[in-house]
Design a protein around this ligand. Structure first.
Ligand SMILES: Nc1ncnc2c1ncn2[C@@H]1O[C@H](COP(=O)(O)OP(=O)(O)OP(=O)(O)O)[C@@H](O)[C@H]1O
Length: 587
């Protein structure tokens, strides 16, 4: 029952895959799928013509006509594989593009970032992403081969059954358990691979750790090579052992089935030879039988092999369909972001990350007026970045509500919301794109504005002294690319933020990589010269709180104080203690 269910699932995935071929390239897919039955029937035509020629020769009848049929069929048989390979190549390109584009578009739909918290999905996503460049090739090559071999097998068996139907039936009986057994072994090997997928992630990480530029310095300084290589070898050996065990099983099973199949073939050969000897059949059937057996055994092997090879690609495509169907709890709103708003209200907000049991923010309530500058401070892990992510709606609160005037954040269209926000994150992105593309992102290009924001972010010198231009590729590993220092990258992120020019601004430790002079200039630029903007800035450097109208002091996910810096110094001893600790260093 379980096997039947699995078989059913296999065929469902197979038909979904064929439908996907049509969706990605209707015309080419039609050609590919029409060529399959044609390629399956042509060999039968050649066999039948050959059989007829021999019969006609032995009966002294004219045979030229059948020779011509045989020549034409053989010519097609030789030519069709090249044509089919070419068309399959075209379909592969289209399908690869189609799959990768649909993955990217689906990611665009997932505006909440909670999917990255789901470790199960993360494994699947990793597998999808890593294999997306070559799985479509397997799907087409094996998918078409299974179809074509199956049809060849069916045509040959039907032809054979015209002479001896139970010989055909016997062959089927041997073939079915063989297919099922192979199919199961392949399934096991794939499950080991999925099991391996966690291991594979480690293996991939270990090798990239030693080979990548990113960790090159610390890996060398702390000589991490022997330990990491040792870890790699032990994990690799363990994985190899499991897979080899399955391979040995595969070899034993196939040997057993070879004995059975050859037994049936031998019996068939005896039966046909005997029929010719007794005069029941003409001699041409011997050529037919030998050819048909050849086709049956090769197409039988191909159906079994290729359908089991197709199996893991079908499981992969299942993950692809699952990803496309992935629905998070996130619902997009329909309201536009208000042109002018009076305040942002956070009411009784609590938050637990998806797939986690620990509540990070507890019953947080505060209200910020339009144009106010709010510093969010607190110890490491107190929930500052989490609060920013919620205010930007990368997550929805577990309880409570965030609203802009009377609009619940959830009711505002997410794209409109994000157009009205801008931010510089602690873990800002370093896009391997040109300097211009790094700054303008989705917005249209205005050269003067780009130059202005680069200057405002403190990157004016970069364009003059370092011979960079807006079209310089910011990636050393790309042609004519260059890299920037950590501080320069942070300034690029700030320039991007300034270019987006949202009504509400979030700065999550935007100056961590900057020197004191740049830091002060940036705060001046963002906080002093931006009267109209509402700004939230997360900072550990309490010297920066002097730029804020109010300080939101978070302590273990709770609001410990929300007031002006001066008031907090008087009313909140913990805040005062934190401030005094830094005072000597910064003030
Ligand atoms: N995706 C996540 N899933 C589960 N827990 C998370 C996730 N991201 C952060 N956390 C946890 O949430 C807590 C608050 O993290 P957050 O980044 O908001 O702190 P923070 O105050 O900004 O800290 P820091 O000053 O170090 O930047 C931490 O305990 C962290 O481990």
């Amino acid at each position: 029952m379980k096997h039947l269910q699995k078989l059913n699932q296999y065929f469902n995935e197979l038909t979904r895959t064929y439908r996907l071929f049509f969706k990605s390239a209707p015309l080419v897919a039609t050609c590919v799928l029409l060529l399959a039955p044609l390629q399956a029937v042509i060999p039968l035509l050649a066999v039948a013509a050959g059989q007829k020629v021999i019969d006609q020769v032995t009966n002294h009848s004219p045979f030229m006509e059948m020779i011509i049929v045989w020549i034409v069929a053989t010519a097609f048989q030789q030519f069709l594989p090249s044509l089919s390979t070419m068309v399959q190549g075209v379909l592969t390109d289209k399908l690869t593009g189609f799959i990768n584009i649909s993955l990217m578009k689906k990611s665009e739909d997932l505006q909440s970032i909670s999917i990255f918290d789901d470790s199960k999905y993360f494994d699947d996503l990793q597998m999808l992403r890593d294999d997306a460049s070559w799985r479509p090739v397997n799907l087409i090559v094996f998918g078409v081969s299974v179809l074509q071999s199956f049809l060849t097998l069916a045509f040959m068996l039907i032809y054979l059954a015209r002479y001896n139907w139970w010989l055909a039936l016997l062959l089927l009986i041997v073939m079915v358990p063989q297919s099922i057994s192979y199919y199961r072994i392949q399934q096991q090997s794939f499950e080991t691979m999925v099991e391996r997928s966690k291991n594979a992630r480690y293996l991939h990480y270990y090798s990239s750790l030693l080979l990548d530029r990113r960790d090159a310095k610390e890996v060398r300084l702390f000589n991490m090579f022997p330990k990491i290589i040792e870890k790699y070898i032990s994990l690799f050996e363990q994985t190899k052992k499991d897979v080899n065990q399955i391979r040995r099983k595969q070899l034993t099973t196939s040997s057993l089935f070879v004995v059975l199949t050859v037994g049936v073939f031998g019996y068939g050969f005896y039966w046909f030879t005997n029929s010719v000897r007794t005069g029941a059949l003409e001699v041409g059937v011997l050529l037919m039988f030998v050819s048909v057996i050849g086709y049956i055994s090769t197409s039988m092997a191909r159906v079994v092999e290729d359908s089991s090879l197709l199996y893991d690609s079908l499981l992969w495509i299942e993950k692809y369909f699952n990803f496309l169907g992935y629905q998070d709890d996130f619902k997009n709103g329909t309201q536009s972001f208000p042109d002018d708003f009076n305040d942002i209200n956070v009411k009784s907000l609590s938050f637990t990350y998806p797939f986690s049991d620990t509540e990070i923010l507890h019953n947080v309530s505060f209200s910020v007026k339009s144009g106010e500058k709010v510093a969010i401070v607190g110890e490491n892990g107190s929930g500052k970045s989490t609060l920013v992510k919620l205010l930007m709606r990368f997550y929805d609160p577990t309880n409570g509500k965030i609203s802009v005037d009377n609009y619940d954040l959830k009711d505002i269209n997410i794209f409109d919301l994000h157009k009205n926000l801008s931010a510089t994150f602690q873990d800002f992105s370093r896009f391997k794109l040109t300097l211009k593309e790094n700054v303008i992102t989705e917005y249209s290009f205005n050269k003067d504005r780009v130059n202005n924001v680069l200057k405002a972010a403190g990157l004016g010198d970069l364009l003059v002294n370092d011979h960079l231009n807006l079209n310089t590729m910011l990636a050393k590993d790309f042609e004519n690319g260059t890299d920037l220092s950590g501080g320069q990258w942070q300034k690029v992120a700030l320039a991007r933020d300034l270019y987006a020019d949202g009504k509400i601004e979030f700065l999550d430790e935007p100056t961590a990589a900057l020197d004191a002079k740049s830091e002060s200039e940036i705060y001046q630029r963002f906080l002093k010269e931006n009267d109209k903007k509402t700004i939230f800035f997360v900072t550990h450097r309490l010297s920066a709180v002097r730029f804020a109208d109010k300080v939101l002091f978070l302590d273990s996910g709770k609001i410990s104080g929300f007031d002006t810096h001066t008031n907090l110094l008087h009313t909140n001893p913990k805040y005062k203690e934190m401030y005094d600790l830094q005072k000597d260093a910064y003030l």
